[in-house]
Design a protein around this ligand. Structure first.
Ligand SMILES: Cc1ncc(COP(=O)(O)O)c(C=O)c1O
Length: 434
């Protein structure tokens, strides 16, 4: 396996684009040196790099491509939409169709507004909450690493350059599954907290009554409860975590899986709050997600087609089934190699994340990079083990074989160190929490 062109183009990318990619998670510092740094195309769950190497991919498109690359129904819908034109001076009929389809699936929401990114939709939720409550502060769940690239969220991380001090003073943090930590914030900052943001679930499941407790505290103290469903939506359950756990937030943000990789995100929720962006009454003065490209027709066509597939085929069931197959195979391989203390897997089967530890039992980027490298050598590109609807039994079984091979190198490296086995330097975190 050679990556000659990959390395050439990657150097050019980095000289022209800060970070070498349009998402830091795709950057060269996230992967081993021995890796496909530039991809040419994808189909199903397979991708080909520009040197012609083929890989089974996981976590495709940063979890956006839930159905599979170039998924036929989505491609066809987009192709047809291209003849309609892409953007007009008045709303397109497709905006209504997309909103109706979305709101039929996300039953707890009364209204929806589409935009391009999850980040901007999260920020819009905060703006609405501030306008609705007349307050300024926001409480974020500390264990949930990413809500938005905007200042109010990034100020809690080490990637906080260029953020004014005043933002930092507005953002508070509470802990997941620790209802007292949220109660304390409400008591310390009475009448100040506009919104509480969390993912209903990440890798740790919500404890008994936790989500209900967050909702009760928000109601008691007059704050807006916001679920970030950018990851959970259409993956953990068709109707998102809110339907999975039966707790409907005031506002929610969906993204990623909504349009199978096309750029559509959604802010949705209660009419009473959403209507502040409607301009119907004097007090409806929130400039809510108004952007030239917000209703780009091919992207909405992709969203409608994607939601249609979710409703007519057993997509979510298949994500769980294939994730379970992979989890089982991986855990067996890990046990066989006696590596249970070093290689772990966490999360629901539809959203599996692996952990890598060094000889001292501590999380290790060097060992993570080595594991990635050895999977790549065996034809698997897996920053996580997040499956898509296109992963077949054969893909999963080949991945389990690749894991088995990668573990034997990992095991030797536990005794001898990574230096002997790792090409280049360990990868880095995009950011750490402060
Ligand atoms: C939970 C969560 N919320 C929000 C976002 C931001 O979405 P986007 O990258 O579309 O701006 C992400 C992105 O990874 C995310 O994982």
């Amino acid at each position: 396996m050679e990556f000659t062109r990959s390395h050439q183009l990657s150097a050019r990318l980095r000289s022209l684009i800060p970070g070498g990619a349009h998402t830091y998670a795709k950057g060269i510092d996230q992967y081993p040196e021995f890796a496909p740094h530039v991809l040419a195309r994808g189909r199903g769950c397979h991708v080909w790099d520009i040197d012609g190497n083929e890989f089974i991919e996981y976590g495709m498109g940063l979890r956006a491509v839930t159905l599979g690359h170039a998924f036929p129904q989505v491609v066809e819908a987009v192709r047809k939409s291209l003849d309609l034109g892409t953007n007009f001076n008045r709303p397109a009929a497709m905006e209504l169709e997309c909103a109706e389809t979305f709101l039929e699936i996300i039953e707890g929401a009364d209204m929806v507004k589409f935009t391009k990114d999850g980040s901007t939709a999260d920020t819009a939720a905060l703006k609405l909450a501030r306008a609705y409550t007349g307050r300024d502060m926001v409480a974020l769940c500390a264990e949930h690493p990413f809500f938005s690239y905007d200042d109010w969220a990034m100020c809690t991380t080490t990637m906080d350059g260029g953020i004014p001090e005043v933002e930092r003073s507005m953002t508070l943090r509470f802990n997941y599954n620790d209802i007292e930590s949220l109660r304390r914030l409400f008591l310390e900052k009475p009448g100040r907290i506009a919104a509480v943001f969390l993912e209903a679930v990440r890798t740790e499941e919500p404890g008994d009554g936790f989500l209900q407790g967050v909702q009760a505290l928000c109601r008691e103290h007059g704050a807006v409860m916001v679920f970030d469903e950018v990851i959970t939506g259409f993956r953990f359950h068709l109707g998102g975590a809110q339907q999975l756990y039966g707790v409907v937030p005031d506002l929610a943000i969906f993204g990623k899986a909504l349009a199978n990789g096309f750029s559509v995100s959604a802010l949705c929720g209660k009419r009473e709050i959403m209507r502040l962006g409607s301009r119907e009454r004097e007090q409806d003065n929130v400039f809510l997600l108004s952007t030239t490209h917000g209703a780009e027709i091919p992207a909405l066509a992709a969203a409608i087609a994607t939601m249609h597939v979710y409703r007519s085929e057993p997509v979510v069931e298949q994500l769980y089934r294939q994730g379970e197959r992979l989890q089982r195979g991986m855990l067996e391989a890990v046990r066989r190699h006696g590596m249970s203390d070093y290689v772990t897997i966490a999360g629901r089967p539809c959203n599996l994340l692996f952990g890598t530890r060094g000889p001292d039992g501590q999380p290790s980027q060097a060992y993570r990079t080595l594991f990635l490298q050895e999977l790549i050598r065996r034809g698997v590109l897996a920053p996580s083990f997040i499956v898509s609807y296109s992963h077949t039994d054969e893909d999963i079984d080949k991945t389990i074989d690749a894991i088995d091979g990668a573990l034997s190198v990992y095991k030797r490296a536990l005794d001898e160190g990574t230096d002997r086995y790792l090409v280049g330097s360990p990868s880095r975190h995009v950011f750490d929490r402060k």
